[in-house]
Write a protein that binds this ligand. Structure first.
Ligand code: SF4
Length: 424
């Protein structure tokens, strides 16, 4: 049975949007349907998210970029998050995740769903943990029923994809927390679930009751973004047994979900040294049966706070070349503070550049056309053409503004090498 025949919410979305998506991706509807059936592509969109513009993620569609925004206990200003949402979309983010952990999370989420035509993702565990942490209680005392209720509520609200750390097991948590890692567990969701399992000596409820999640996800076509709760948080922790144990579990869960008509992505690292990125990506793709892989960076050095968007873009470009489908941005604020609007823009542009670099190296026609268009425009000193090919035309305009009446740019002025040869 095809995936679409098992998932009526997905069928509604597919029928309504496949023509536009197919044109945008330069793929036939049949090729997209085949990739969805194989589980190597997902169609992000919850029919309850009014005015959502669904997108596909996965080979061989264009690599997508996600921007994380959301309140934090030290910086809880919903209006700033709304502004950051607009900046992320204007900069070209394909999706946005609301990672809010402070204030009225329902109100923030509802506002973002209204304002965000791109698919919106969340981490439902945050809403549940907030209930305990804000009262000074231990999230390890969490009632798992609250978690399933939160997932259902957010699915009804229209959330398009959800990070759910279903693959972290008691054994994996034990290994990561007590097994000699430099950084232990750095995922917020992963650390909460690990604490819950270790304190209660019980298995992860998202794993033991995975079928309940599947029922909710199928009804609303919520794509499960199977979270990497044990992702390495230091380059030297990459590829340890705890990470791979979780990856293998995620692969088996993705297969189970597909059989039940539920779409899944796999979340990936994290901090990975440059020489290990390719092996990590190929290994994860293989262990998860080519499910769309969504990576955070990967961050190729731990020593560049303030420049993590650059260190992440290096890893992102390598990861795209190795087969990654979806890049989650890192901003200059990573590891330091909550990003502001300028950080959001810098992060989205760095990830978009990484995607362009990776796709160019793969010979993807759209990426090559953009490179060729820029080269032709530069050769002709055609600034409109350069603007059209630029990833950030707004920045091009701003930097050129003081000398925009000149044919050449201010880098060389009348020493312009392009003009020098052209006039011969
Ligand atoms: S002035 Fe220099 S940098 Fe600018 S277009 Fe001419 S050669 Fe290129």
């Amino acid at each position: 049975m095809s995936l679409i025949s098992l998932n009526s919410a997905l069928k509604t979305l597919f029928d309504a949007h496949i023509e536009g998506i197919s044109q945008e991706e330069e793929l036939t509807p049949a090729a997209i349907e085949h990739a969805l059936d194989e589980g190597s592509m997902v169609l992000l969109g919850n029919p309850a998210h009014k005015n959502v513009r669904p997108i596909v993620v996965g080979q061989p569609s264009r690599v997508k970029v996600n921007a994380n925004i959301g309140t934090s206990p030290f910086q809880n200003h919903p209006e700033c998050e709304s502004a950051k949402l607009r900046v992320a979309l204007a900069a070209g983010a394909d999706t946005v995740m609301d990672l809010s952990i402070a204030g009225d999370l329902d109100a923030v989420r509802r506002g973002m769903l209204e304002d965000c035509p791109a698919p919106l993702g969340t981490v439902p565990l945050y809403g549940v943990a907030q209930h305990y942490i804000d009262r000074g209680d231990d999230p390890a005392d969490m009632d798992p029923e609250r978690l399933f209720a939160e997932v259902e509520k957010q699915a009804e609200q229209g959330v398009d994809f959800m990070t759910l750390h279903c693959g972290i097991t008691r054994r994996g948590a034990e290994w990561a927390a007590r097994g000699g890692r430099a950084m232990g567990i750095v995922s917020r969701g992963g650390s909460i679930l690990a604490r819950w399992m270790l304190k209660n000596d019980r298995e992860n409820p998202l794993l033991t009751d995975f079928d309940r999640l599947l029922g909710i996800a199928r009804r609303h076509n919520v794509t499960l973004s199977l979270g990497d709760g044990l992702r390495p948080g230091a380059g030297c922790d990459a590829g340890d047994p705890a990470q791979w144990e979780e990856v293998i579990t995620l692969g088996t869960l993705a297969r189970r979900a597909l059989k039940e008509g539920v779409q899944c992505m796999i979340e990936g690292p994290g901090h990975v040294p440059m020489n290990e990125v390719e092996a990590q990506i190929r290994g994860i793709k293989k262990a998860t049966f080519n499910a769309p892989l969504y990576v955070l960076g990967p961050l190729t050095t731990d020593c560049a706070p303030g420049y993590d968007h650059i260190a992440g873009a290096v890893g992102g470009a390598l990861a795209v070349r190795a087969g990654v489908d979806f890049l989650c941005y890192l901003t200059p604020a990573e590891h330091l503070t909550l990003p502001d609007a300028a950080d959001v823009k810098a992060g989205v542009m760095a990830s978009r550049a990484a995607a362009q670099i990776g796709e160019t190296s793969l010979g993807r026609p759209r990426a090559l056309r953009r490179e060729a268009a820029m080269n032709t425009a530069r050769k002709n000193l055609d600034w409109d053409g350069m603007r059209a090919a630029a990833l950030d035309p707004e920045l091009l305009d701003a930097r050129r503004e003081p000398h925009k009446c000149e044919e050449e740019c201010a880098m060389c002025g009348n020493f312009c090498a392009v003009k020098m040869l052209r006039e011969l």
